[in-house]
Design a binder for this molecule. Structure first.
Ligand code: PBG
Length: 336
């Protein structure tokens, strides 16, 4: 019998491959799936009436002036993307050490928000709350005499900025600055101004990451010397501290908690998911997107499969919603 092709079946109770034998059964047993409802498109916005400006390090992503912004958001709504996160690129001439233009009532970004909200009211506008688009040094707040970002003074500026964003049409304000106490201060001030329906999506666990590089190109906050934000953003080594941040933001009234970056911090997403009843957001940041595109451009990764896998992993880890530069193309492919 030694030469026979016949192999008697192994005596196995469990053959997990039975659940993988065809596409229909794989679909039945699939545990998480991507849906356009869960995706948030980050968009870079610029002033003026000019053209969309492609960003070299973010293939497929451009800085959009108002008209193109409205067209893009209308298009996203048709594809089922119902939330956008907006980041302004502020002209260098309007930046200073204190980011004063942020609180200028004539700041063009407020007018842009107003017009976008009027044009596409059904799409949620998420506005980032931090000073980095406005400061000439690129930090998220104002500096104390030693050159560190001054916590309490920054919180007081950002609180005012959050109210101006909400008044201009932001449905959700998203403090990304990592100052202590900012969520509570923003909640108090919003409520005080009667803006009780404005939500706060807290960048709760935001790490001092190398993966924000292309974003800093996009908003023009890149400086000659590499920016070190480790005096306020989390140490990539620290999970427990991330949970402390998440708890503090929840206690101060955050409506949802974000982990950022996403793909390198799946354990943090999972742990935050396990310790809060709030919705959890994850931000697949610019460097994660750029990395997949670069490898695909070199022919080393399959773009669509790597994209899908990266987003699925973030959902599997426990994110309810994902901010991703792939949102639009993902929604297109989910509809196809
Ligand atoms: C700024 C901010 C950053 C990002 C979102 N808000 C950059 C930073 O902290 O330096 C990064 C997003 C991305 O890389 O896609 N407060």
């Amino acid at each position: 019998m030694i030469n026979s092709a016949y192999t008697p079946p192994l005596d196995l109770v469990r053959r997990p491959r039975r659940n993988r034998q065809n596409a229909a059964i794989r679909a039945l047993v699939r545990e998480v799936r991507l849906h356009s409802d869960d995706l948030i498109q980050p968009i870079f916005v610029k002033d003026g009436t000019g053209h969309a400006e492609p960003i070299a390090s973010l293939p497929g992503i451009s800085r959009l002036p108002l008209k193109a912004l409205i067209a893009e958001v209308e298009q996203l709504a048709k594809l089922g993307i119902r939330a956008v996160a907006l980041f302004p690129q502020i002209e260098t001439s309007l930046k200073d050490a204190r980011g004063k233009y942020a609180l200028n009532e004539k700041n063009w970004f407020f007018a842009t928000l107003k017009k976008l909200k009027a044009a596409v009211p059904e799409v949620l506008i998420i506005a980032d709350v931090a000073l980095d688009p406005y400061t000439d040094h690129g930090h998220d707040g104002v500096l104390d005499p030693s050159g560190e970002v001054a916590n309490d003074e920054t919180v007081s500026i950002l609180t005012h900025y959050a109210v101006l964003l909400a008044e201009a049409g932001a449905d959700i304000v998203a403090p990304s600055d990592m100052m202590d106490g900012r969520v509570g201060a923003i909640r108090d001030e919003l409520d005080h101004e009667g803006l009780t329906n404005t939500s706060i999506m807290a960048y709760a666990a935001k790490f001092a990451s190398a993966y924000y590089g292309p974003f800093r190109d996009a908003v023009g906050s890149k400086t000659k010397a590499p920016l070190d934000k480790s005096g306020y953003q989390l140490d990539p080594a620290n999970l427990r501290e991330a949970l402390l941040e998440a708890r503090l933001d929840e206690d101060q009234g955050a409506d949802s908690l974000m982990v950022k970056p996403a793909g390198l911090y799946l354990d943090v997403i999972s742990a935050v998911r396990g310790t809060t009843t709030l919705p959890v957001a994850a931000y697949q940041v610019s460097g994660e997107y750029a990395q997949i595109h670069a490898a695909a451009a070199a022919g080393w990764l399959d773009l669509v499969r790597a994209r899908n896998e990266s987003l699925l992993a973030i959902k599997r880890a426990g994110a309810d919603m994902i901010l991703t530069y792939f949102a639009r193309v993902m929604a297109e492919s989910l509809r196809a």
